[in-house]
Write a protein that binds this ligand. Structure first.
Ligand SMILES: *[C@@H]1O[C@H](CO)[C@@H](O)[C@H](O)[C@H]1NC(C)=O
Ligand SMILES: *[C@@H]1O[C@H](CO)[C@@H](O)[C@H](O)[C@H]1NC(C)=O
Ligand SMILES: *[C@@H]1O[C@H](CO)[C@@H](O)[C@H](O)[C@H]1NC(C)=O
Ligand SMILES: *[C@@H]1O[C@H](CO)[C@@H](O)[C@H](O)[C@H]1NC(C)=O
Ligand SMILES: *[C@@H]1O[C@H](CO)[C@@H](O)[C@H](O)[C@H]1NC(C)=O
Length: 233
C-alpha cells in the first residue's frame, strides 16, 4: 500500500514536471485508442436465458460502430466444455447489405438483419446438451481487426419440474391427511376412554391416574413403556 502510494505520487510528480509535448502525445494516444474502439458487440441487457427443453430460443446479438463497417466478420460459437464449436459465420460487406451466412450446425438459424445491425440466431428444439455459453464474435477490418465478443448463457430447464411440484403437493396432502387421521383416531380414543371412565366408577380412578401419567410422560420415552403396560394389567 505505502510503496504503491509512493510510486503514484512520484509518477504524478514526473508527469507534472514533463513538458506539454508529452501531455499532447498522451492525449493523442488516448484519442487513437478511442477511435480504434469503434465496434461494439452486445447481447443486450439480459445476458442469459432460461428455457425449457424442446423449446426454441433466440440468442440475441447486435453490433454498433461509430466509424462504420466494411467486410465485418462475425460468428457464433458454442463453448462446449472448453472447446469452441462454430455454429455459423458470415461477412457483412457493407452497412445495410445482408450477409450470406454459413450455418454449420443443425437447429441453428440466422435471423439477424444488417438493416438493424442484428446478428441474432435462433436455436431450435433445444436439448440439455445445448446448455452453456454462446459467444457472439465480430471483427471489423476497418479498425485493425480488433476482436470483439459478447457472451450469452443458455440454461435449459426440465419441463417435468411442474409435474414434480404437483407430486410434492400430492405427497404433502397425503402426509397431511394421514396426520389428520391420526388426530381423529386419538380424539376418538380419548372419547372412548372418557366414556369408559363414566361407565365404571371403580376403574375410573385407575384410568384417570394412568391417563395423567401418559400426559406427563409424553416427553420421557423411557418410562412410557412401563406405564403402557400397567393399564393392561
Ligand atoms: C424434456 O426432458 C424430459 C426429461 O428428460 C422429457 O421427459 C421430455 O420429453 C423433454 N421434453 C421435450 C419437449 O423434449
Ligand atoms: C467436460 O465435462 C465433463 C463433465 O461434464 C468433465 O468431467 C470433463 O472434465 C470436462 N472436460 C473438459 C475438457 O473441461
Ligand atoms: C423441431 O421439432 C419439431 C417437432 O419435433 C420438428 O417438426 C421441427 O422440424 C424441428 N425443427 C428443427 C429445426 O429441427
Ligand atoms: C433481432 O432480430 C430478431 C429476429 O427478427 C428479433 O426477434 C430481435 O428482437 C432482434 N433484436 C434486436 C435487438 O433488434
Ligand atoms: C482476433 O482473433 C483471432 C482468432 O480468432 C486472432 O488470430 C487474432 O490475432 C485476434 N486479433 C487481435 C487483434 O487480437
Amino acid at each position: 500500500m505505502a510503496s504503491g502510494d509512493n510510486d503514484g505520487s512520484s509518477v504524478s510528480g514526473r508527469l507534472r514536471s514533463r513538458d506539454l509535448l508529452h501531455a499532447g502525445l498522451a492525449v493523442a494516444l488516448l484519442l487513437g485508442v478511442w477511435s480504434v474502439d469503434g465496434l461494439e458487440v452486445s447481447t443486450g441487457k439480459v445476458s442469459s436465458i432460461e428455457a425449457m427443453n424442446g423449446s426454441t430460443v433466440l440468442l440475441p446479438c447486435t453490433y454498433s460502430s461509430c466509424i462504420g463497417i466494411q467486410n465485418l466478420y462475425f460468428s457464433w460459437k458454442f463453448n462446449d466444455n472448453g472447446t469452441h464449436l462454430k455454429l455459423c459465420e458470415a461477412e457483412i460487406p457493407k452497412e445495410k447489405v445482408e450477409p450470406k451466412v454459413h450455418v454449420y450446425r443443425d437447429r441453428v438459424e440466422f435471423v439477424g438483419s444488417s438493416k438493424t445491425n442484428n446478428i441474432s440466431i435462433l436455436l431450435w428444439n433445444i436439448t440439455f446438451e445445448d446448455e452453456g455459453e454462446y459467444i457472439c464474435f465480430a471483427r471489423n477490418p476497418k479498425e485493425k481487426n480488433r476482436n470483439h465478443s459478447a457472451i450469452f448463457t443458455l440454461i435449459v430447464v426440465d419441463q417435468m419440474k411442474e409435474v414434480d411440484n404437483r407430486l410434492t403437493i400430492l405427497i404433502v396432502s397425503i402426509v397431511g391427511g394421514v396426520i389428520g387421521l391420526v388426530i381423529i383416531i386419538m380424539v376418538i380414543k380419548a372419547l372412548v376412554v372418557h366414556f369408559l371412565m363414566k361407565d365404571s366408577e371403580k376403574t375410573k380412578e385407575c384410568l384417570v391416574s394412568s391417563s395423567g401419567n401418559d400426559n406427563t410422560e409424553n416427553g420421557l420415552s423411557g418410562a412410557k413403556a412401563d406405564n403402557k403396560g400397567t393399564p393392561k394389567a
